[in-house]
Design a binder for this molecule. Structure first.
Ligand code: FAD
Length: 444
């Protein structure tokens, strides 16, 4: 074999894994099928392409996503390094210029002397040391190969739907009917498009009755609650949107009063020309999207440069399929790991984090070391613990959130203060872990 390890898939998890293994001194073949073959969501040949939102979520120590980011930064994650370098304004969130981010990541990984990027589709699982990071849109022969190691017949190999928001050009937004401002006066990053009660009700009617793109026959709809299509949220009740993506609370207009409902637009590129409709993932037919979303007064003449789309999303039922170290039990191999979203996590950074963990574990296998136990107080450890210990029945992909960490010993009522405590505990636990396992501290 040409390489010490083969990493299949140059997405967020694959890039993270390849980078770390290279840092540990291994030669890595990183296989990416694009541009020869594209998934329904990827648009470029770049490694680590973001397929939907350009936001990587909150970035403070008072949010669970902030804990994960801090750990990834501490561990020298290339995904975080690139995100920090390609940041665009987005209030308290870390949003990036999507092309700059992926280009930077591609350059970072391709320039490592012991990483070789091989541009071709891999159609079977290699027999040597391998990390499979082919993502939630894995299809064809590789999906069948995964099904075989995960066991598909009794429901252990699952799938569900996910949806992406449309993007408009800012020049086409009617700013006389919109205003800038982040929620609770935290800056000016978002463009807010308000609706009166009458406008909202007409919009809601149109949304719930609009035509949707057809589904494939073999696909059974299983929505992930954190990423529901906007029309699906609307269908749950006339006011559901006003408590979800159209929530007006903390967004007073120029007259100082909160509107009845509001659609927020978030910057999507470095130059600030493109904005996405926050939380408006959708499966409406493309023509229907323009018709319905133009009922939002500020978007009446909006130019939709990307329509919302909806895709199949593959992941395994981790508590049944994986061994606690991201290895599929059905493969009976010490040197085959899954990574990324297919392990049963949800989110860009959670996927990258599972690339990092798989690489750490692989490195230990190749060096003949015992596999390390990441402390559950850390975000990484709690995600792994969730994959190992969650209830298999109705298993759903999981974002990092306080509910998966072991509870604090004392009760702290204030959410921000509570989260800050989790944050400090996580970073202390990570430092202790790295002191005990100095060979895994490859950040420098
Ligand atoms: C449509 C959609 C929208 C999403 N939106 C968001 C969002 O807004 N925010 C969020 O946090 N998360 C989102 N997710 C979830 C998840 O965070 C992303 O899918 C993330 O990119 C997963 O990272 P990954 O590395 O596991 O997979 P990917 O980033 O998809 O990477 C997999 C890579 O493997 C390559 N590949 C696949 N098969 C093969 C093969 N056989 N041989 C060689 N290469 C192969 C693919 O081309 C791809 O580059 C979304 C998912 C989907 C499907």
């Amino acid at each position: 074999m040409r390489f010490d390890v083969e990493v299949i898939g140059g997405g967020l998890a694959g890039v993270e894994a390849a980078f770390r293994l290279a840092r540990m001194g291994f030669s890595v073949g990183l296989y990416e099928m694009r541009p020869e073959r594209r998934s329904p969501a990827h648009r470029t040949h770049l490694l680590g392409e973001l397929v939907c939102s350009n936001s990587l979520g909150a970035d403070q120590e008072t949010s669970p996503a902030g804990i994960l980011k801090a750990e990834l930064r501490r561990l020298g994650s290339p995904v975080m390094a690139s995100a920090d370098r390609n940041r665009v304004p987005a209030g308290r969130a870390l949003a990036v210029d999507r092309e700059g981010f992926a280009r930077d990541l591609t350059d970072m990984v391709s320039s490592l002397p012991n990483v070789t990027v091989v541009r071709r589709e891999v159609t079977s699982i290699p027999t040597g040391p391998c990390i499979l990071a082919t993502g939630p849109l894995t299809e064809g022969e590789m999906a069948e190969a995964l099904r075989a190691v995960a066991g598909g017949e009794d429901g252990r190999f699952l799938y569900f739907y996910d949806a992406a928001s449309p993007i408009v050009t800012i020049d086409s937004v009617d700013m006389s009917r919109a205003y800038r401002g982040s929620r609770y006066g935290q800056g000016e990053d978002y463009v807010n498009c308000p609706l009166t009660r009458e406008e909202y009700l007409a919009f809601w009617e149109a949304l719930v009755s609009a035509r949707q793109a057809p589904r494939h026959q073999f696909e059974e709809p299983r929505f992930f609650e954190g990423c529901l299509p906007v029309e699906e949220i609307a269908r749950r009740g006339v006011d559901t949107l006003r408590f979800g993506p159209m929530r007006p609370v903390g967004l007073p207009g120029p007259d100082g009063r909160e509107p009845y409902a509001v659609v927020q637009l978030r910057q999507d590129d470095r130059e600030g020309r493109l904005y996405n409709l926050v939380g408006f993932q959708t499966n409406l037919l493309w023509g229907e999207q323009e018709r319905v979303f133009r009922m939002i007064p500020a978007l009446r003449d909006a130019e939709f440069v990307r329509k919302g789309v909806m895709h199949r999303n593959l992941y395994v039922c981790a508590p049944k399929v994986l061994d606690g170290y991201l290895r599929p039990l059905g493969a009976h191999r010490r040197d085959l790991f899954l990574a990324g979203q297919i392990t049963g996590v949800e989110g860009y950074l959670e996927s990258a984090a599972m690339g990092l963990c798989a690489a750490m574990f692989m490195g230990c296998v190749l060096k003949g070391l015992e596999l390390p136990h990441l402390p559950p107080e850390t975000a990484l450890g709690s995600l792994l613990r969730h994959l190992r210990e969650a209830r298999p029945e109705g298993f759903q992909p999981m974002n990092v959130n306080l509910g998966i960490f072991p509870p604090l010993e004392e009760r702290i009522r204030d959410r921000r203060e509570r989260c800050a405590r989790y944050f400090r505990r996580a970073l202390e636990a990570l430092e202790a872990f790295l002191r005990e396992n100095p060979h895994l501290d490859t950040a420098g």
